[in-house]
Design a protein. Structure first.
Length: 337
């Protein structure tokens, strides 16, 4: 995650973890490590060397329950079905008008989903998501005190992790649990390590033998240079994801697109008719936008359909027993640039 979370964060750090970091020489204010003695020198080391950061500028929400995936899939910008034991992702919560309320990093912890975002937004987001739980079998809790997140950056980062844990993930946003820690890869030179608050001191001591401890502002700087946006209270509802290049860094793609299709039917389909496919179970996977009869019979139509349904499923008119749509090429590309 990125940038300037420190400007609005008033989080109280886990007291045991704070005491440990203070013993390591950290100056802590407003729940974040400001520096380990020389902020300017630490920033220079971040550019030139290998550094270790505490990431307490961010908190973690835990989403659990047997319907957690479906709930998040309906709420967030990205396809949460792609998050599994070996892959994390960026995502966002948006208003009905598509304005970003929060950006987050998501990964799995067993059957649960962990959502990492600035502490200033953890409680507001927990309440916001909780409004939509209703009768769903989903529980949303703040796990910030339970989980410590560390950032490791520099040319030697990958080699350090390999010596401590074995081969780290190979792809960006790859995730692996190794012993008592989870390792998430951003790039060949930058990783995030998560651990329980109880195990974090041991992990810090092992990593700090090979990397210089630096303040959390250094990680913010690295993320800004990586072009990863973070929505803060003062920027909520100011941007749609495309404005912030979110789709270009894996933060989501359009879940629905408009497609051209043909329907062989004697009955006339209508704008607003719902479409169905097996992957959406009992929910509609799309809707007809416009319809026109075709010379020779049948109807051509424009329909907004779940991209996953279009790519992998047969899409039916009105019900799973209805006629199947025959998709046709549009005169323009739907691929993202």
């Amino acid at each position: 995650m990125a940038g300037t979370a420190r400007q609005v964060n008033c989080y109280v750090m886990n007291p045991d973890w704070q005491q440990f970091l203070t013993q390591q020489g950290a100056t802590i204010d407003a729940g974040m490590v400001q520096h380990f003695g020389d902020a300017a020198a630490e920033l220079l080391s971040t550019r030139q060397g290998t550094v270790l950061c505490d990431l307490s500028q961010f908190g973690t929400l835990r989403v659990s329950g047997e319907e957690a995936q479906t709930f998040l899939q309906n709420m967030l910008s990205n396809d949460t079905r792609e998050v599994d034991a070996s892959r994390a992702q960026l995502s966002s919560l948006n208003t009905p008008k598509g304005r970003m309320l929060a950006t987050m990093l998501i990964w799995r912890d067993g059957g649960d989903y962990l959502l990492q975002l600035p502490h200033a937004l953890c409680e507001p987001l927990r309440k916001k998501l909780g409004m939509y739980v209703l009768r769903a079998k989903v529980k949303i809790t703040d796990a910030s005190d339970e989980i410590v997140m560390l950032g490791l950056s520099g040319e030697n980062a990958q080699e350090i992790l390999k010596k401590l844990f074995g081969e780290p993930p190979q792809q960006p946003f790859g995730f692996a649990v190794t012993g008592q820690a989870g390792v998430l890869k951003f790039s060949d030179t930058r990783f995030q390590i998560s651990a329980s608050a109880q195990h974090a001191p041991t992990l810090w001591q092992a990593l700090s033998q090979h990397a210089q401890p630096v303040g959390s502002a250094c990680w913010d700087w690295l993320n800004i240079h990586a072009g990863i946006p973070v929505i803060l209270p003062q920027t909520q509802e100011q941007f749609v994801p495309q404005m912030a290049n979110f789709e270009l860094i894996g933060g989501g793609k359009a879940k629905r697109r408009m497609y051209l299709a043909h329907l062989d039917s004697s009955a006339a389909p209508q704008p607003g008719d719902e479409l169905f496919s097996a992957d959406m179970e009992e929910q509609a996977s799309g809707m007809i936008v416009n319809v026109a009869p075709v010379p020779g019979g049948g109807y051509d139509l424009l329909a907004v359909v779940q991209t996953s349904s279009r790519e992998a499923q047969t899409v039916h008119w009105k019900s799973m027993q209805g006629e199947a749509l025959q998709f046709l090429p549009l005169p323009y590309s739907l691929s993202q640039s």
